[in-house]
Design a protein around this ligand. Structure first.
Ligand SMILES: [Zn+2]
Length: 245
């Protein structure tokens, strides 16, 4: 049986010297793997398709999608070549893809396909507002996987928030100053307002935002640390991205 679906390549790995194992995200099957037999050598059969970030229409052959099907054919819809030409774009796109691998188990995450596709397209267009794109991607991913930090009222007591707040990784969101504990991070009301605004915005509109450097820095640090707290492991591509800055 041949199954056809769109997919974005998250990562590739050579196996058994000549085959290529592809990890992908598809709008039909979510996260899935497939093996391109002889893919390492058969450049003609899979022209530029077996590269990270490639947007493909894949033809899969196998009994069950869970059992790592074979990649029979791959039509290249968009190579996203621009993402491989700039080191910063490459590092950030790799970070997006690694996050998908971390957050979604095989067979899940199909609802996130449009978000990943859109983020890669916007990043390829320009790296001008990449910190906003990164922050927005992290927030969307957290939201879609049920980890969006609580930003509307105190995450510990539910009280309406007065001006000053703290962010608590253990409570999963902002807390009032009465509930704040020693390890919670102080956050300005402006940064909180900026974060709330960002959760309601589509990625397409990010280029219109002009946050102050301080608000952006605070929001970025808070959400990145929260994400690392949620996944509880090191993220290789994030380390590489940070080394570049
Ligand atoms: Zn409280």
């Amino acid at each position: 049986m041949i199954l056809v679906t769109e997919a974005l390549v998250l990562s590739t790995q050579t196996v058994a010297e000549k085959d290529v194992l592809l990890l992908m995200l598809s709008p039909r099957f979510g996260r899935l793997s497939a093996v391109a037999k002889g893919g390492k050598k058969s450049k003609r059969r899979f022209v530029n398709a077996l590269e990270p970030f490639s947007h493909l229409r894949v033809h899969l052959r196998g009994n069950k999608i869970g059992l790592c099907p074979f990649l029979d054919q791959a039509d290249l819809l968009n190579p996203f070549e621009g993402l491989r030409l700039s080191p910063l774009k490459f590092a950030l796109a790799s970070y997006f893809c690694e996050l998908i691998e971390i957050f979604f188990r095989p067979g899940t995450g199909k609802e996130f396909f449009p978000d990943l596709l859109e983020s890669l397209a916007l990043l390829e267009e320009t790296e001008k507002y990449w910190p906003l794109l990164k922050l927005h991607f992290e927030l969307t991913l957290l939201a879609r996987s049920g980890f969006l930090p609580h930003l509307s009222s105190c995450a510990r007591c539910g009280r309406e928030l007065s001006k000053a707040v703290s962010f608590s990784y253990t409570a999963g969101g902002v807390v009032c100053l009465i509930c704040a504990e020693e390890n919670d991070i102080r956050m300005s009301p402006e940064s909180l307002a900026f974060l709330r605004h960002l959760t309601r915005l589509s990625a397409q509109n990010l280029n219109r935002l002009r946050p102050s450097a301080e608000n952006l820095r605070q929001a970025q640090q808070t959400i990145e640390k929260f994400l690392l707290f949620v996944v509880d492991r090191e993220i290789n591509s994030l380390r590489i991205l940070k080394e570049m800055l």
